[in-house]
Design a protein around this ligand. Structure first.
Ligand SMILES: *Cc1c(COP(=O)(O)O)cnc(C)c1O
Length: 352
């Protein structure tokens, strides 16, 4: 899964590295992302996980992208685009999403019949995969229920004479939790290959708090001290003057703010690493700048490296730590990294 600019890590860098590591399939959310990915990975199979608009069907077919489908209208746009491209029967693969309980996308098993009749022998579209998404992959009872709905749907698909090769279900949670789901058994009963759509785990984070074992975040986020100032006790700092220095203090200015993804909820709450020590954020995080208190860190100089996410000395800050301070999940912290932050590949560059 390399949607949302590879979870904020940079699409081109990550897709290249993943392809070089053997990933033959990649997932993105929309056609724009798919076209950008196609430029980086000309040979990859690319699934578009969210729905498409009417005007996107031709671009999708031209770029060899594989849509997730569950409604009649998009199927009709895709059929017409496939025909315009000269595709013969069954030459354009699609992944059919079943709504097994998440109520976000997908067709309910009870309504499948009316969709399946669109995949007649002359249709240029072919159901290559049946997919679904689990809403609570760490909750066994909920997942078992969704699997039962998936099993019903697969029987209906088979009864309609369709033979999809792939069963696409499960995300990082299924890859990380032993016995996370029964999809493997379902796939082998139906003679299908199983596809796991692994996202956050690829980037070294766990989808849920309990399963962090063995994962190491791949991304560090760094900046530098651009200016220092000494202030007297009683000095106020930043918008709304929410921080008051209670002693003579040394403040460091960082050229990073919420426009870059440093969440404003970290104001007076978060910290950064300077010279291997924690420096608390003093006052509000502004759009482009943040002030940190380095009074207790001797020897700080302009140009010193500052770690926002990552390791320095013995100290570590992870996206999961920031997420906890902001009341969100690591996914959102990572996806928030703004376009102004350059993504730099530190390890071996890799190509597709
Ligand atoms: C984002 C997404 C995934 C990946 O989920 P992770 O928890 O990041 O592994 C899988 N499937 C779908 C449909 C998604 O939208």
């Amino acid at each position: 899964m390399v949607k949302a600019d590879a979870y904020g890590h940079g699409l081109a860098l990550c897709a290249g590295a993943l392809a070089a590591s053997g990933a033959s399939w990649m997932g993105v959310t929309c056609v724009e992302e798919g076209i950008a990915l196609r430029r980086v990975c000309p040979g990859a199979r690319i699934v578009i996980l969210s729905g498409i608009w009417k005007g996107e069907a031709d671009g999708l077919v031209e770029n060899g992208l594989t849509p997730v489908v569950w409604e009649r209208d998009p199927l009709q746009w895709l059929e017409m685009a496939a025909q315009r491209s000269g595709a013969g029967p069954g030459q354009v693969p699609v992944h059919l999403e079943i709504d097994t309980g998440m109520s976000r996308q997908g067709v309910a098993p009870e309504r499948l019949d009316s969709l399946l009749n669109r995949f007649g022998l002359e249709s240029p579209l072919r159901v290559e995969a049946v997919m679904t998404h689990f809403h609570s992959p760490d909750n066994e009872a909920a997942t078992r229920q969704q699997e039962a709905a998936l099993a019903r749907a697969l029987d209906i698909v088979a009864a309609a004479g369709l033979r999809p090769e792939i069963l696409s279900a499960g995300s990082s949670a299924a890859a990380l939790l032993a016995d996370a789901d029964g999809v493997d058994a379902l796939a082998s009963r139906m003679g299908m290959k199983r596809m796991l759509r692994t996202g956050i785990g690829l980037y070294g984070y766990s989808p849920c708090a309990e399963t962090a074992a063995g994962l190491e975040p791949v991304l560090s986020w760094k900046t530098r001290v651009v200016a220092l100032r000494e202030v007297e006790a009683g000095t106020r700092v930043g918008y709304d003057a929410t921080f008051t220095a209670h002693r003579k203090s040394q403040l460091a200015l960082l050229p990073v703010g919420y426009a870059d993804g440093l969440n404003r909820l970290l104001s007076n709450r978060g910290s950064v690493l300077v010279r291997g020590r924690r420096a608390p954020i003093a006052g509000r995080v502004s759009m482009d700048q943040t002030v940190v208190d380095v009074t207790d860190i001797p020897g700080v100089e302009c140009g010193d490296e500052v770690v926002l996410i990552g390791k320095q000395g013995e100290e570590t800050i992870t996206a999961a730590d920031l997420a906890q301070q902001c009341g969100t999940i690591s996914y959102e912290i990572l996806c928030d990294l703004g376009p102004r932050v350059p993504r730099i590949l530190v390890d071996e560059p890799a190509g597709c």
